[in-house]
Design a protein around this ligand. Sequence first.
Ligand SMILES: Cc1ncc(COP(=O)(O)O)c(C=O)c1O
Length: 206
Amino acid sequence: MAVALDTSAAAPFKGDLDVAGLEDFLDVRRPPLVLMTLTSNSTGGQPASLENMKAVHRLCAAHGVPLFIDAARFAENAWLARERDPRLASLSPAAVALAFFDLADGCVMSAKKDGLVHMGGFIALRDRAVAERIRRSMVVTEGFPTYGGLAGRDLDAIAIGLTEVLTVAYGGSQVRDLVVYGFMIVILLLRPQGLLGARKADAGRV
Ligand SMILES: Cc1ncc(COP(=O)(O)O)c(C=O)c1O
């Protein structure tokens, strides 16, 4: 977006992709995928609108190119889209985020940002066959999925982080800590073995 390069111009969605430019590009090239970064790093962390995401989705579908989201700051994008687009104001941040993800074929996420954790991330895909191909190719770079690159506690932390980021993290709520600690107490009461359960070898001892 040209306006995004003018740092003195005020515009609500400087993270939007240039749809006409993308169309010209897709007319002559066939990339393996289009990656929409929410919020957009290259324009200084600006949000993209749902309307723009819909237009990019239509264009990618028409050209048979998968659309992926770099979701590192997806929640910040959802909170800002909800704040700046009156049509989204009545929706929860989670519902707004879902509206974006509904338009994508998959996402890559560094959870160190909106997962609110120190380490970890994930790739999410709609297509199970592609997921299987990635799992197989990752044997070379990461090892077998059963090696456990991320421990159960780290996956639990990501699950809690994703809940927190969509409920209170960007909301400036005065009850923020109460909500997060309340959530953790509920988990401790209902699933003291952790959200993902115990390892099989330890299950008898829990
Ligand atoms: C939008 C976005 N995607 C991906 C990354 C890469 O994250 P990591 O360093 O965890 O691989 C970053 C890092 O800041 C980011 O801002």
